[in-house]
Design a binder for this molecule. Structure first.
Ligand code: FEO
Ligand code: CA
Ligand code: CA
Length: 620
């Protein structure tokens, strides 16, 4: 998401204890020379695992150049096909309203059409690499494009249409010769939006802090919001993160400490939902924001299933969630919180994954232990448990029970002295190598004014270019200590960058494909890059080589990538073509709308199907 909302980014500027403040007993021995080594020698593209048994993945395409073209560019020998743009019907039988190019569709029509601002996605096979479901997020909206007359004559219908354009789509797609088509109608087709009933699971379910006038049970929330990155579980479900949820809420003039820590404030000219939907007036309904900021689990194979907010995974401006599995079969869920100076989390399930798919694992993510990461200067790190009654997380400190620890995950992580990161975005797991990668997209406030200064993991002041950090757990995925280094500092060498190969800045989307190739997607929307349009690169995690694979249309962000099981079809999402730092939510006719992608009219987020003309494996 392009960040033009500063409140999510600076609510955690006070300094946690640095490594120097940590007790000597907790501090790890400085094994190899401390900061200089972390930033220097370990920048070499060593495998953290030093594992020689996994052959290095091969990247075999000719890179594409930087682009200022208003189109998707892929390597020679590849094709790019657009499917499922915003506003196309998802395929619910009897509800197939065509997209109106003047954005004249009603809220009810939008509720059965593709949402806006496509983001994370995953392919769930129905018939191998020939037919499957795409589940995908719709992160946010642009009211200037969503309505024929933009934000003029603001109305309840416009609020409702905006809510209907958020959330998640499930569509059926099938291969048709060398191309792919959306199957309509499909019994799987579904829209989950801010208007869809969603359940709550885990320790905060039913908690007093989740109860509202409309839902005294605290168990049933209307909808999901700002769904950013995606993840999947080994039992076949889809995970979606609720990221910048707070921007939808109108706060009181003077929010309390809890509201302030989460960026709640009186916005006036913000999303303006509270003007027509009272629950978004947090001055009147102070618990409503507590019902957002969760990881939501969805069973895409069952269109009648109720999505569930999994509170055991913590509340945060969650980018997404990525699952690893311990050797004895427990689920480990990594999640970053994309806001300046926020944290990286890891949940370890109490129970083992049961055979039998989604039905057999309906409450697996409701029981377990959440941790937050501390990255120490010696290249070691520790997962700090967020458990009520342990350490500072007591009633005396304001945490009545585990539910309150989870609703106030940020405050709990503050007290534990976790490391304040440069906006943690996507997390990718390389199961074969036992390595975890996280993009830290940028943090222009690092080291400025009263904001926290640099540290080993976040080494650049006024960091406008970002980095990818990686770690390897000690023992198994549930290990409480780890070793870390930077895979790459983005940007040119003169700015401290360590990129080997094609230039990029502001890493955001990350995915490690089954061959072990790391795909990096960029979002320089808020900072500008000097490198043309946003892009996707393939990275060899052994050699460190970066090769630019795809560039997007003007003003877009490239975010979300998945493949069919044969790795011969790749699906990539293009978000917010035509957006500029000043255009969001403004007039559709303004000059800054410099994209007409994909079909010559108002710009529309869409999914791009990438294939090789010879039908070969993508990226080889
Ligand atoms: Fe939704 Fe952090 O990007
Ligand atoms: Ca981003
Ligand atoms: Ca993102």
């Amino acid at each position: 998401m392009a960040k033009d909302f500063d409140t999510m980014e600076d609510s955690n500027r006070s300094a946690n204890p640095s490594i120097h403040d940590v007790s000597a007993g907790e501090r790890r021995t400085v094994l190899r020379g401390g900061l200089g080594l972390v930033l220097g020698g370990w920048l070499a593209p060593l495998s953290l695992s030093g594992c020689a048994t996994v052959p290095p993945p091969r990247i075999g395409f000719a890179p594409v150049p930087l682009s200022t073209q208003d189109t998707v560019v892929v390597p020679e020998g590849y094709t790019a096909q657009v499917i499922a743009p915003w506003g196309d019907p998802v395929g619910i039988a009897g509800h197939l309203p065509a997209f109106r190019a003047d954005a004249g569709n009603t809220a009810d029509e939008q509720a059965v059409q593709m949402g806006m601002h496509h983001d994370g996605l995953h392919y769930f096979a129905l018939d191998g690499a020939h037919r499957g479901l795409l589940a995908m997020n719709h992160e946010y909206i642009d009211d200037g494009l969503l309505h024929t007359d933009g934000t003029a004559a603001w109305s309840a219908e416009k609020v409702r249409k905006g809510q209907a354009a958020h959330g998640v789509s499930v569509i059926e797609v099938a291969r048709d010769g060398d191309g792919w088509q959306v199957v309509r109608p499909s019994r799987y087709a579904r829209r989950i939006s801010t208007l869809t009933p969603v359940g709550v699971g885990g320790p905060a379910a039913g908690h007093p802090l989740l109860r509202t006038a409309a839902d005294p049970s605290g168990m049933r929330v209307l909808g999901t919001l700002n769904n950013c990155a995606s993840g999947i579980t080994p039992w076949g479900t889809y995970l979606t993160g609720e990221e910048n949820f707070i921007i939808y809420f109108e706060g009181p003039e003077k929010p309390d400490a809890h509201g302030t820590r989460w960026g709640l404030k009186r916005r006036g000219a913000g999303m303006r939902w509270a003007e027509h939907d009272e629950r978004f007036d947090a001055a009147r309904h102070p618990n409503e924001p507590n019902r957002f900021g969760w990881i939501v689990e969805i069973d895409p194979m069952d269109p009648t299933s109720t999505p569930i907010k999994r509170t055991a995974l913590g509340r945060a401006a969650h980018e997404g969630a990525t699952v690893a599995v311990t050797r004895d079969g427990r689920a480990v869920v990594y999640s970053g919180e994309d806001a300046q100076f926020e944290y990286i989390y890891k949940f370890v399930s109490r129970d083992r994954i049961a055979p039998g798919g989604a039905a057999a694992n309906r409450t697996l993510l409701d029981h377990g232990t959440l941790h937050v990461a501390r990255f120490d200067a010696d290249g070691r790190g520790r997962w700090l448990p967020l458990v009520h009654g342990e350490g500072p997380l007591t009633a005396a400190a304001g945490f009545a029970d585990q539910g309150e620890v989870l609703v106030k995950t940020r405050q709990a992580a503050d007290l534990l002295g976790a490391t304040k990161m440069d906006r943690p975005e996507w997390i990718a797991v390389d199961a074969a190598r036992g390595e975890v990668y996280c993009s830290l997209t940028n943090n222009s406030r690092r080291g400025t004014d009263d904001a926290p200064g640099t540290d080993a993991a976040n080494p650049r002041a006024r960091n406008t270019m970002g980095q990818v950090i990686r770690w390897k757990e000690d023992g198994d995925s549930d290990g409480i200590t780890f070793t870390w280094n930077h895979f790459v500092l983005a940007g040119p060498a003169e700015a401290g960058g360590t990129v080997s190969g094609d230039a990029f800045v502001c890493p955001d989307g990350l995915w490690i494909d089954p061959r072990g190739v790391l795909w990096i997607q960029t979002d320089a929307s808020s900072t500008g890059s000097g490198l043309g349009h946003n892009m996707m690169l393939a990275a060899d995690t052994v050699t460190g080589e970066m090769r630019r694979f795809l560039t997007g249309p003007a003003g877009c962000e490239v975010t979300g990538v998945t493949c069919a099981p044969d790795l011969r079809t790749m699906f990539v999402n293009i978000q917010h073509p035509g957006e500029s730092p000043t255009s969001s939510r403004n007039d559709p006719a303004e000059p800054a709308r410099h994209s007409r992608w994909p079909d010559g009219g108002r710009p529309r987020s869409a999914t791009v199907v990438v294939r090789r003309r010879d039908g070969g494996v993508i990226g080889t």
